[in-house]
Design a protein around this ligand. Structure first.
Ligand code: C2E
Ligand code: MG
Ligand code: MG
Ligand code: MG
Length: 275
């Protein structure tokens, strides 16, 4: 039918699309209330070194909706971005991540742990983004070296001068920047030398097929070499099997995250890995 659709065709009713729109509307209504009703919580997924020792964690947001149950972030973060609700939600994540770091600081065995948080594009674009981070670090007496921000490549292409200015301010504070889902974006590689980035995070789609598909394995090799040649740390995400870990470890990948080492879980659960 599509090829007959000419200028006389005004509108198609797509029930699936309509359902999606209705659902997003419902989600955005719910999101407005979620903060007030304490429906968000954080889970923490371990990050380990080549010896398998815990070095840090990634904070991942969860939303427990009163009627719909647990809604995954891939479902509601895009809606939060669209509606602007990502700003208060992002603040909530930052604050709660810092609270957790403050608690870890008082455990002798946990005080070295780093915590990574995901920052979304609209949040990073806020003119007071760096100020907010500073304020939070002060409030919770956080060593900036323990906080890592995960950005994605797509965020780096928009307003490069603004991005670089913010990154320089952040890294002057001592905060570390990681490039999440590395290898799936569209941006050029020149930003890697222009921007103060500390870590590349190999996207899980490459890790997934490492032992089945030569292209994926080669891409992982290439990202590790690229990272190391620029003195960046490289972490692999989505490591689910011993085979994947062994392959990556043999290629000198520095850090690892994935179900093989631990699923996202409560902070208490995470600490059981060291105690
Ligand atoms: P991401 O930052 O790339 O996070 C990794 C995702 O992979 C997480 O999904 C994690 O649970 C999942 N994962 C970890 N290990 C494995 C594994 O071995 N196998 C498989 N199949 N999956 C694994 P999650 O928690 O559903 O989060 C999805 C995305 O939502 C995140 O991708 C991130 O982009 C976004 N997100 C999560 N929390 C936040 C947040 O606080 N703020 C923002 N802006 N975005 C967030
Ligand atoms: Mg780290
Ligand atoms: Mg991430
Ligand atoms: Mg990722």
């Amino acid at each position: 039918q599509a090829k007959n659709a000419g200028k006389n065709t005004i509108c198609f009713f797509d029930p699936a699309l309509q359902e999606q729109i209705d659902h997003n509307l419902e989600l955005s209504r719910g999101l407005r209330l979620a903060l007030d009703y304490n429906q968000f919580f954080l889970e923490f997924q371990p990050q380990v070194n080549r010896e398998g020792a815990l070095v840090g964690a990634e904070a991942l947001i969860r939303w427990c909706h009163p009627e719909l149950g647990l809604i995954p972030p891939n479902r509601f973060i895009p809606v939060a971005e669209e509606t602007g609700l990502i700003i208060p939600i992002g603040d909530w994540v930052l604050k709660n991540a810092c609270k957790q770091l403050h608690i870890w600081k008082s455990h002798s065995k946990a005080k070295h742990l780093t915590l990574s948080i995901n920052v979304s594009s609209r949040q990073f674009s806020q003119s007071n983004f760096v100020e907010q981070i500073k304020a939070c670090l002060n409030q919770y007496e956080i060593d900036p070296k323990c906080l890592e921000l995960e950005l994605t490549e797509s965020m780096l292409v928009k307003d490069q001068n603004d991005v670089i200015t913010k990154m320089l301010e952040l890294s002057k504070l001592g905060i570390q920047i990681s490039l999440d889902d590395f290898g799936t974006g569209y941006s050029s590689l020149t930003y890697l030398k222009r921007m103060p980035i500390k870590q590349l995070k190999i996207d899980q789609s490459f890790v997934k097929d490492i032992n089945m598909d030569l292209d994926s394995a080669n891409l992982c090799d290439a990202i590790i070499s690229l990272g190391h040649s620029l003195s960046l740390e490289v972490i692999a995400e989505g490591v689910e099997t011993l085979d994947q870990f062994e392959y990556l470890a043999q290629r000198n990948c520095d850090l690892f995250q994935g179900y093989y080492f631990g699923k996202p879980s409560s902070a208490d659960q995470l600490l059981k890995l060291i105690f």
